[in-house]
Design a protein around this ligand. Structure first.
Ligand code: DNO
Length: 361
């Protein structure tokens, strides 16, 4: 396992690389070219420049999150061929630069969805939270404006204003795309990029839908163990893998996270490890990483990843906003650093107990 932090690039992130370098045990960043719209190819010189910047700070690029997928590919419209070709060109350039893990999602219109971006916790920290009642009572355009207004001036990943200015048209374009069609379009895309991935040894890691059920009537297809396995079988090759995101799959209490992890050896290419506190089905908020602060047994989650021999990048995913930090919601430095350190501690304990036994006092 390699511990990493997500970093949006020096123009977009409040956290500089040198601070990330000082978190013990963090060896790399997961980054992206945040200003390139979904569908456009990534130029080689931009990839080389960001790689050089990260390496000059004593870190590595451990993976990309995300190379976003153009809606035409998800919808399966005739112009998808152009966007698939662009995607292949981007993968070819990433491969040339030695970058081997690519996270992406296949959620229509919206990426992850939260109804509050700064909900206070009893300890005075603030966190991202979700309440299904709010989503049921609001239209998507208003929802987008509300999310945007609460983001401290940062553009949230997957919530680009240029794209979401056309929410109504986007919804229209997805008419007729049900979950079977969306799945078919995903398989079509994966088969098309398989050769370039295999040429460079690139591992594609699909991010689960967040939350793990349909929102605003849009289909969601990566929500549980069954449909993860359906996808692994549909394109049954090692390049086709998963971002095991506990905070996304864990939005549904029906998902047994350690069991899902244990069922996917060799197919988890990237891990997002964090905790949620559940209040009732469809009502939850993001807690501190520590098991006792939320609903998940983080030891069992990390142990399952250890036991299947997970050796890819991991990140503490989101953190609470603490100590007066001002940052993109979920992506401050302080709580993610605490999370990384805690997970590294669990990992070391599990590793040592496994190798030399833990039972004797
Ligand atoms: C939110 C993230 C998602 C994720 C994408 C992957 O914080 O987990 O935006 O990066 O779904 O493509």
């Amino acid at each position: 396992m390699k511990m990493t932090l997500r970093w949006f690039g020096s123009k977009f992130d409040s956290v500089p690389l040198w601070k990330i370098r000082q978190i013990p045990g963090v060896v790399g960043v997961i980054t992206t070219l945040y200003d390139i719209p979904a569908g456009e190819p990534w130029p080689m010189d931009r990839i080389e420049a960001i790689k050089a910047e990260v390496e000059a700070a004593g870190l590595e690029i451990s993976g990309i999150e995300s190379v976003n997928i153009h809606d035409a590919i998800k919808i399966g419209s005739p112009d998808r061929e152009k966007y698939i070709k662009n995607y292949i060109d981007t993968l070819d350039n990433l491969g040339k630069a030695g970058i081997k893990v690519v996270c992406y999602n296949f959620m229509p219109v919206f990426d992850w969805t939260r109804t509050e971006l700064a909900k206070p916790r009893p300890d005075g920290s603030t966190v991202l939270a979700y309440d299904q009642k709010t989503v049921d009572q609001i239209d998507p355009a208003t929802f987008f404006d509300k999310t945007n207004a609460g983001s401290n001036g940062f553009v949230m990943p997957g919530w680009e204003p240029e794209r979401l200015a056309h929410v109504k048209e986007l919804f229209k374009a997805y008419e007729g795309v049900d979950s079977d069609k969306l799945f078919e379009n995903l398989v079509y895309f994966l088969k098309a990029i398989q050769p370039v991935c295999e040429k460079w040894g690139i591992k594609m890691a699909i991010h689960p839908d967040d939350p793990a059920w349909p929102v605003f009537g849009l289909p969601r297809i990566i929500t549980n163990k069954e449909n993860l396995h359906r996808l692994m079988k549909a394109v049954d090759a090692p390049f086709n893998g998963v971002t095991l995101c506990t905070g996304s799959l864990g939005t549904s209490l029906k998902n047994d996270l350690p069991d899902i992890i244990r069922s996917l050896p060799g197919r988890i290419h990237f891990a997002h490890v964090r905790n949620l506190q559940h209040f009732s089905p469809g009502v939850f908020e993001e807690a501190a990483h520590l098991s006792s602060d939320g609903s998940f047994d983080m030891f069992e989650i990390v142990k399952a990843l250890f036991d299947i021999g997970f050796d890819g990048p991991m990140r503490p995913d989101h953190g609470r906003m603490i100590w007066d930090e001002v940052a993109m919601p979920g992506y401050g430095l302080y709580d993610r650093a605490l999370g990384a350190t805690y997970i590294n501690g669990l990992w070391e304990a599990i590793d040592k107990c496994t190798r030399r036994g833990c039972s004797k006092a």
